[in-house]
Design a protein. Sequence first.
Length: 763
Amino acid sequence: MRLSVALLGSILFTSVFAGPVPDQGTLPSDHHKATLPAYDVPAGQALSLTGQPSAPDVLVRDESGRLIRYTANSEVMTLPVHSRDIQIQLANPLKVDLQYQRLPVSETRPTTALNVERIIPGQLLVRRDRPGSRGRLIELAGLGRDATILEAQRMRASGQYRYVEFNSIVMPAAYENQWMLQTVRPTGAWHYTTGGARVAVLDTTFWLEHPAFEGVFNLADRFDAKPNTEDNRDVSALALYERSGVLQNHGSGTASMVATALAAHSEIMGLAYGSPITPIQIGAEDSDGGTATNVMIEAMRFALGLPTDAGITASQPVSVINVSYEDKTSFEYAAEAYEEIIAEGANLVFSVGNSSLRRNLAQDKVPGVILVGAVKSDLTRARFSNTSPDLDLVAPGRYDGQLRSGAHLASAYERDGQIVHYINVNGEGTSVAAPQVTAAIALAFSLRPDLTPQQIEQIIHAGTATRDTGPAGFDEDTGYGVLDATRMVHAARDFGQGDETTRDIDNDGVVDRDDVDDDGDGVADGDDAFPADPSESRDTDGDGLGDDFADLDDDGDGIPDSQDTDFDNDGTDNDADAFPNDPSEQSDLDGDGVGDNADPDRDGDGMPNEADAFPDDPAEDSDLDGDGVGDNADPDRDGDGTPNETDAFPDDATEQSDTDSDGIGDRADSDDDGDGVPDDDDAFPLDATEHSDADGDGVGDQADNDDDNDGVADEHDYAPLDPAQSAPPVNESEGGEGAGPISLISLIILLVAGGRRRQIRRR
C-alpha cells in the first residue's frame, strides 16, 4: 500500500506501507501551500477526515479528477471508497494537519456527497505562480461553456498560472433522486445563492435531534405551543413515539423541503440548503389537524423577534415563515395580524389546504401573503389541493425518501428490540408544496434582502418566478403557474432594473431591447433557449430544463447524465463527440467551433464543401483526372501520361508540349515551331530553322549542301533545286572557234551570279 502526498502536482514524498494504510494518522501539509494527498484504499472501506487546527475546504476527487465530495470548515467527512485512488485537495492554502481514520466496512454508509460538478460559463479560478498566492476569480464576459474550456486550456498552456480551474456548481447527489426538486429548477438559482436567509417552519412534531438537521435547526430559539393536546403533554417526536410507538414525521418532512444537512446521509435535500431553520411546534400529529389562529400569530411574532404574550422572543429573527397548516376559518383579526407581520418585512407562505374545496379567506387577501397549492408530476392540480381566487402559485405535492440517522444513533431510538434509525417522509399534500416556495423565497431574499414581501408577490404575479402550465395567466387551480426557483432568483436579482427598454441583464451597456444576446452567454437570443439566463442556452430534450445545469438527463433517455455515455443520444459516445450536448453534431474537423454537419467548409481549406473534391481533407480540394488522388499529391494530375514536371500543360489532358512557347499547345497550334510556315506546308513543323526538303532526303534545305541531290554542290550548281540541270545550256548555232573565249567568260559570269543567288536565298 502506498500513500502519496503531492504538492501542486509534484510528488514531495511517498510513504510505503507493508500492509494497509494505518487505521488513523496525520497527514501534514506545507505552509501556505495546498496539498493533494492521494490514498490507495481498498474498495468498500472508508476514510473519516477532518482538518486541524485550521478549518479548510476539502475537495475529494476520484482517480479521473471528478469531484465526488466537498466539505467546508472543519466538519467531519465520512467517505466511502469506490475507486482505487482518491485525491484529497485542500482548497485553502493554509497550514493544516489533515486527520484521517479508516472506518470498518460495516460502518460505511452511502454518502450524499456534492458529487455533480458543473462548469459555470465565463468564470475561471486562477492562481499565479508566486508564493502565498490565494488565487482569484476572473470573469470572462460573454463566453459560453465551450469557449470557457478553450480559454482555460490557453491559460494553462501560457505557463503564467499555477492553477487554472473552472468555477463550478456542486450539487448534492440527492438531487438526482427527487423529481419534485428537479421540477422547480433550482440549479440556476444555486449559481447565485444556496440560501442564508433564516426560515421559520411552523408545524407539528419535529425530530430535533435527528442528524439530518444537525447544523440546520436553530435549537437556541425554542417556542413550543401545544394546543389541542391533553394535559399539555410533551409532543416532541420522541415523546410521541414513546407513547404511541409511531414516529411522527410531518414537521420533519416539511422542514426537509427547505433544508437538510448535506453530510447527514439523507435521501432528501432542501431547496435552500444553506438556510438555517427555526422549528416552531404549534400543534401535534395526534390533534385534529388544525391549530388556533392566535397560537400561529404568537409563534410568528416570536420568530420575528417581536414581543409575545409569553414574554420570550427569538434571538435570531427569521425572514421567511412557512405554515403548512390548514387554517379553516376566516378571521378579520387574523388578516390584521398578518398585515402587521408583513409590515415587519417577513415573507408569509401558507399551504392552501388538502380538502379539495374552494378556499376564500380574509387572511389570504393580505398583500404579501403567499398561498401555495399542489400539482402532480404532470404539473396539473393534485386532486386534494384546494382552489382559491387568492392562490399565488403551485409546487410539486409529493415527497418520497428517508431521513436516515445512521447506525451510530440507533441505540437512542430502540424500542422492543426494534432499532428505529430513519424517518419515512413519504406522503403528499400542499404541506409539501408550501415549503418549496418558502425555500425559493429564502433564496431570493438571500440575494436581495432589500425586497419587500409585496415585491416578492409582485414577482410571482408577473409570471417571472413560475412556468405557466395551465390556462394563460391566472387560474384558481394553479395560480400564476408552477414554481421555478431559477426564474424567481433571477427575477429578484433583476427587480427594479426596469423593462427591456432600460434593463441590461448582462451589464454590457446595451439595453436588452437592442442587445442580440441579453444574458451575455455568447449565444444569440434567437438561438438561446434561455435568453435571460446566462447559465443556460440549450434544452436538448425540450423539457424546460437547461442542459448545462438544471437538467440531469439532457437527452431525455431516462439515463442520468452522470451515468450516460451519450448525453445527446446521437449514437456517438461523449468522449468521441465534439458536441456531446448537440444531437445534430458529432465532429468538428477544422476545429472552428462549427460542427461538420452545419459547416459550409468542414475541412477549413477555404473551399466550400460542395465544390471540394475532398471536403474532409484540408490538404486537397480538387481531382482533375478523377483518379481518386488529389491534385496536390498526384504526380500526373491531368492523367495524360506525362508527369506534371515535364508537362507544359499539367492541367490539360489534351496538351503536353508547346514547341514555340507561344502559350498554345502543339496540338492546337497551326504553326508549332513558329517559323511562319503552317504545319501543313512545313516539312519540319517542329524545327523553326527548316521548312522544306527539295530532294526529300530528310535533311532540310537550309542544312543540305546539295538541295536537288544531283551530285553538284549547291554552290556550283547552276540550278540547285533542279536535278536535271547543273550548268547553263550551250548555243550550238554559235559554235565554232570564235565562241571559245566568249563562252568561257559567260560561264564565269553565270557561276558568280549563281553563287550570289545561293547567298541571298540562305539569308
